[in-house]
Design a protein around this ligand. Structure first.
Ligand code: PAZ
Length: 314
């Protein structure tokens, strides 16, 4: 009998841009599969669940994509090559700093009869310059690949393709699964083709989304360092849910967080122990982001993992 996830792939077509993205992923992974290089796959933002094939309405979730976008910048700083697999129009590394009108407010415009000159306001140069420098370094070095999903089905197809391309890297591949993936969906074969009419209250039946961590860890990238996230709103169950997930899927690390405090505190749950990673009030006021200590802890554990694999291969 086919597993739930196999059935999901059998009944949901790949997105239209799938083959293009698969080629980009393959090229990126082959190019960076060299001694001394590592690749992290960061998933970011929330998946949608369409209610119609010609989608007018869909179920969404809260995720802005801040965790994934910020984490990607810190991974780049630590020398990683980054596959940034994110929800279309969610926050992205670098541009996340200039959301809304912020960029416009940093620019000046001088006009005369002959031409228009745009400059960065002197007091914004110190803000813009380091971000622009890091952005250019990542782009020019070909060290970041952006691929997008919208629906939970797009996410499924992209994640499997990314894993297939990362598998040859073995322990040098790190999966950092921060996307908020829908737990429920309307199966393709139960979805109406056209916009649901409002003449009567629709009866929508949802099914459980298969858990992809199982094939990710046991089949697709069995030698990679896999980190998943667990989000809860009740502090009392966070640790046990994170520990259950680690016991069930047998990956390397679960990072637990509470919706309201996710920018200040997370809990690292490993097979051996658990510990908090948090920011002090002063650090927060000073503009430090929680993703900075999260990434240095993750990178430290990934390095130890690679060294362990290297020693046991000797
Ligand atoms: O995207 P964001 O910065 O607003 O939120 C990040 C997060 C809470 C989605 C992430 O840290 C997380 O917990 N992702 C996994 C969610 C889950 O499926 O449990």
């Amino acid at each position: 009998m086919a597993s739930n996830w196999e059935e999901f792939y059998a009944t949901h077509l790949p997105p239209t841009d799938f083959e293009d993205n698969r080629s980009l992923l393959k090229e990126f992974c082959e190019r960076h599969n060299k001694p001394g290089e590592r690749i992290v796959l960061v998933t970011s933002g929330g998946t949608t669940v369409p209610l119609e094939h010609n989608t007018v309405r869909f179920v969404d979730n809260f995720s802005a994509g801040m965790r994934g976008a910020a984490s990607s910048e810190y991974f780049l700083e630590q020398g990683y090559n980054v596959i940034f697999m994110h929800r279309l129009k969610s926050l992205e590394p670098f541009t996340r700093h200039f959301n809304g009108q912020k960029l416009m407010d940093m620019l000046d415009l001088q006009e005369n009869s002959r031409n228009v000159t745009i400059t960065v306001k002197p007091d914004s140069v110190d803000v813009l310059a380091p971000i622009l420098l890091n952005y250019k370094a990542a782009q020019d070095g070909g060290r970041i690949l952006y691929v997008t999903f919208t629906t939970v089905s797009d996410y499924f197809w992209l994640l499997r393709a990314a894993c297939e391309c990362l598998a040859p890297l073995g322990a040098k591949a790190l999966l950092y699964l921060a996307a908020a993936v829908s737990d429920f969906y309307v199966p393709s074969y139960e979805m109406p083709t056209h916009k649901i009419q409002s003449a009567a209250v629709p009866n929508i039946s949802l099914q459980l989304v298969p858990k992809l961590l199982s094939p990710v860890v046991s089949l697709w990238v069995p030698h990679a360092f896999v980190v998943s996230f667990k989000l809860e709103t009740d502090e009392n169950i966070l640790l046990s849910k994170a520990r259950d997930s680690l016991n069930k899927y047998k990956h390397k690390l679960v990072i637990g967080n509470i919706l309201q405090t996710r920018r200040q505190k997370v809990i690292f749950v490993t097979p051996e122990s658990n510990y908090d990673v948090s920011l002090t009030r002063e650090q927060m006021l000073g503009g430090i982001e929680i993703e900075e200590p999260i990434i240095s802890n993750v990178v430290h554990s990934h390095t130890n993992f690679i060294l362990g694999q290297f020693r046991s291969a000797k």
